[in-house]
Design a binder for this molecule. Structure first.
Ligand code: MLT
Length: 408
């Protein structure tokens, strides 16, 4: 019998969102009449923007004609999309990037999960707690940790507690680590790093030779223009940071799938002899070996998100979800909940009432209000006693969910 990768056995039985899905399905089976409102996984509900769909249709038609048919595309992404990304996402923020520093992919989940492959198995990692579970789980799978304790904390990981007292934003640790995952706006807390806070992180990384893995999947939700949108707005970040971006939550691509990584040419790790090695080169090797490029119609659609019409349509969607977030936050605050975030992020982070555990509150809400959220403890031990509600929903469902929770 083939020997398995034992590190998988250290993981909690199921990934967070499928686990929630199973519990909801069980509840729905025993309560077929219940009209469940799902504000758990952050999945968009508004249809694809018209300008994006039209562009994708045109791309499909091109593929249907002999003169314009295309087979394999460049693994790193088509130039038209990489250039549009630099021009629209980075140049307006004063960030200079070359388009070949962008690697287009089929989404940020894969990128933020796969990036650890180009680092040593003994690399010490640090993660905010709570945070998007993919960062930790993929490092567990790779064998970079020991077993988990009863709170779900894996041996060998440096956890950076995000609490009310630090505004859910961690400062650099005293110890030296190799890789630091940062997420801003943070999933699940919605906290966004300021310029000063990110400057501290870049200084830490440069001092310790660490690499910052900066996940900006929710950047379009930042309303406060003074907050950094990209890690590269911080001086020196080109030498120590990799950034992840996604079209999912802005252009509605959770089902379409498209994202990208930015790896500046200056950012280096070191080899066994201690010599610097460009991470851009390693990732290019990995990407071209394991990936054949996001599909052409998808990349054409993603590029259309940067057209004038596309930008207006994307903006409309972001504004819609942020209004949902306001309705949830204000409604629950009036009802006596301690509710955070939702101004620069599509998530509301709640303190559970009466000190309930996160999963207890999940069950309570599901059984009594038929509303699904995400238990904070699923994002890390410091998320225990918290709960996340997603603002990705239709307005009437959001209003109804708030009403039902208020009546509890
Ligand atoms: C979430 O709900 O945290 C996200 O939808 C998960 C993801 O983007 O993969």
């Amino acid at each position: 019998m083939a020997r398995i990768n034992d590190h998988y056995l250290k993981l909690a039985a199921g990934y967070l969102f499928p686990e929630i899905g199973r519990r909801v399905a069980r509840f729905q089976e025993s309560h077929p009449q219940a009209k469940v409102i799902r504000l758990g996984i952050g999945d968009v509900v508004l249809p694809l923007p018209e300008s994006i769909r039209a562009a994708m249709h045109r791309a499909i038609d091109e593929l249907g004609r002999e003169e314009t048919f295309r087979g394999y595309g460049p693994e790193q992404g088509y130039d038209f999309l990489r250039k549009a990304i630099v021009e629209h996402e980075f140049e307006p923020r004063g960030v200079e990037l070359s388009s070949d520093e962008i690697f287009v992919s089929d989404g940020s989940k894969c990128d933020s999960g796969n990036i650890q492959e180009i680092f040593d198995v003994h690399a010490r990692i640090a993660v905010p707690d709570p945070v998007y579970p993919v960062y930790v789980d993929t490092n567990v799978m790779a064998g970079r940790t020991g077993p988990a304790d009863s709170a779900g904390r894996y041996e060998g990981i440096t956890y950076l507690p995000c609490t009310q007292s630090n505004g859910f934003k961690p400062s650099p640790p005293d110890e030296s680590v190799d890789l630091v995952y940062l997420c801003s706006p943070n999933n699940p807390t919605g906290a966004v790093f300021s310029q000063a806070e990110l400057t501290q992180w870049v200084a830490y990384a440069r001092q310790h030779g660490s690499i910052l893995l900066f996940d900006a999947a929710y950047v379009d939700y930042i309303q406060d223009d003074s907050l950094p949108h990209s890690i590269y707005e911080i001086e020196g970040a080109r030498e120590c940071a990799i950034e992840f971006r996604s079209f999912s939550k802005s252009a509605g691509f959770t089902g379409v799938r498209c994202g990208y990584i930015v790896i500046p040419k200056e950012v280096c790790g070191r080899n066994a002899a201690g010599e610097p090695v460009e991470l851009h080169r390693l990732w290019a090797r990995r990407h071209t070996t394991k990936f054949n490029g996001a599909s052409y119609p998808v990349q054409v659609g993603a590029a259309a998100a940067f057209s004038d019409a596309g930008r207006a349509e994307v903006r409309e969607r972001v504004v819609y979800y942020l209004e949902n977030a306001r309705i949830i936050r204000e409604g629950l605050t009036e009802a006596g909940f301690n509710a955070f975030a939702g101004t620069n992020a599509p998530y509301i982070w709640l303190e559970t009432p009466n000190g309930q555990k996160s999963w207890e509150f999940f069950d309570h809400l599901l059984e009594n209000a038929h509303v699904v959220g995400t238990p904070g403890s699923g994002f890390g031990a410091c998320g225990e006693g918290y709960f996340r509600l997603s603002a990705f929903g239709k307005r009437d469902r959001i209003e109804e969910a708030v009403e039902r929770i208020r009546k509890l």
